[in-house]
Design a protein around this ligand. Structure first.
Ligand SMILES: *[C@@H]1O[C@H](CO)[C@@H](O)[C@H](O)[C@H]1NC(C)=O
Ligand SMILES: *[C@@H]1O[C@H](CO)[C@@H](O)[C@H](O)[C@H]1NC(C)=O
Ligand SMILES: *[C@@H]1O[C@H](CO)[C@@H](O)[C@H](O)[C@H]1NC(C)=O
Length: 271
């Protein structure tokens, strides 16, 4: 009865691990893709994603993933949301720079931003809401809390968990652990409530409902808000300020950035 949720956990973990695999993935990125990503760190339009936080995180040399997530998301959530114009520029730059890389790695064609943009615009608000959830009883943002719970099972997240053997071993650790502590938290329930409202395929959601309620209890999917989990995302839109910033070295930043992109996706998958 745990099968579906285990699979979700395993995929989420595999995603974090694979994307954080700096040597195997990121060092193979084309220079145009790297410079598009590098551009995001200093682009005024990307300040609504608090992308610049990775510059100071990288400079500090800190690779404790939950604390990186706390630092990044605390800033992101205190910043207004990205305007459609900002999202458009971000997507255009990244698709222009990285389409060939994505095509080569995953055989997915993202070269036309007008195909990608509607999805980004549709899901961005919910992803931001999930990223900014906070467990008030623990006084911790939900994403770092979940990552800490994950680390308690599999050990510190980092660029070492690279190969398939490690992924499988860690997946086994998760399956053998009492992973309700990871999957059935107040944070996860609230994230589920937010995600379920915008989930593109209601019949798929209904089909995994049984496994989720078997694992976490019927109240997990009742759609009610969890009173001890609050929303820290500020309302309103971030106003782009066109002050220029210095470009910093990139290597550690790619790792932190990639891990965190993976984290947001993973957290969405977790629920
Ligand atoms: C997009 O690319 C242009 C030209 O390189 C750059 O000036 C701009 O800051 C970039 N914007 C983003 C959001 O990356
Ligand atoms: C999942 O099951 C719960 C409890 O049985 C129910 O309240 C909820 O509406 C179901 N959700 C979906 C998407 O079927
Ligand atoms: C949960 O909270 C959101 C945001 O405050 C609100 O829009 C929604 O109606 C609430 N849902 C329920 C079931 O109370």
């Amino acid at each position: 009865m745990f099968r579906a949720s285990s699979k979700v956990l395993v995929s989420a973990f595999a995603l974090v691990t694979v994307v954080s695999a700096q040597d195997s993935i990121l060092s193979t990125l084309s220079t145009t893709c790297v410079s598009a990503l590098k551009g995001l760190l200093v682009a005024p339009e990307a300040q609504c994603l608090n992308a610049g936080a990775f510059l100071s995180i990288a400079a500090s040399g800190n690779i404790d993933v939950p604390s990186i997530a706390t630092k990044w998301l605390t800033g992101l959530c205190a910043t207004g949301s990205c305007s459609t114009a900002s999202l458009t520029t971000i997507v255009q730059n990244v698709t222009a720079g990285c389409a060939q890389d994505v095509k080569t790695a995953f055989n997915i064609d993202i070269s036309d931003p007008s195909v990608i943009l509607p999805y980004v615009e549709q899901y961005y608000p919910s992803v931001r809401q999930i990223a900014c959830l906070k467990d008030d009883s623990a006084n911790t943002l939900c994403v770092p809390q979940t990552l800490t719970n994950l680390q308690n099972i599999i050990g510190p997240l980092g660029t070492d968990d690279l190969n398939m053997d490690t992924i499988l071993a860690d997946a086994q650790k998760i399956a053998a652990s009492d992973y309700k502590n990871l999957a059935c938290t107040s944070c996860a329930k609230q994230a589920y409530s937010v995600a379920a409202k915008v989930f593109p395929d209601p019949s798929l959601l209904a089909s995994v409902n049984g496994s989720i309620t078997d694992t976490c209890g019927a109240s997990f999917t009742d759609g009610q808000n969890v009173t001890t989990v609050s929303q820290t995302a500020v309302n309103g839109q971030f106003e782009v300020k066109t002050t220029s910033r210095a470009v910093a070295g990139f290597s550690p930043i790619t790792t932190a950035g990639a891990i965190l992109v993976a984290i947001s996706s993973a957290f969405t998958l977790l629920v």
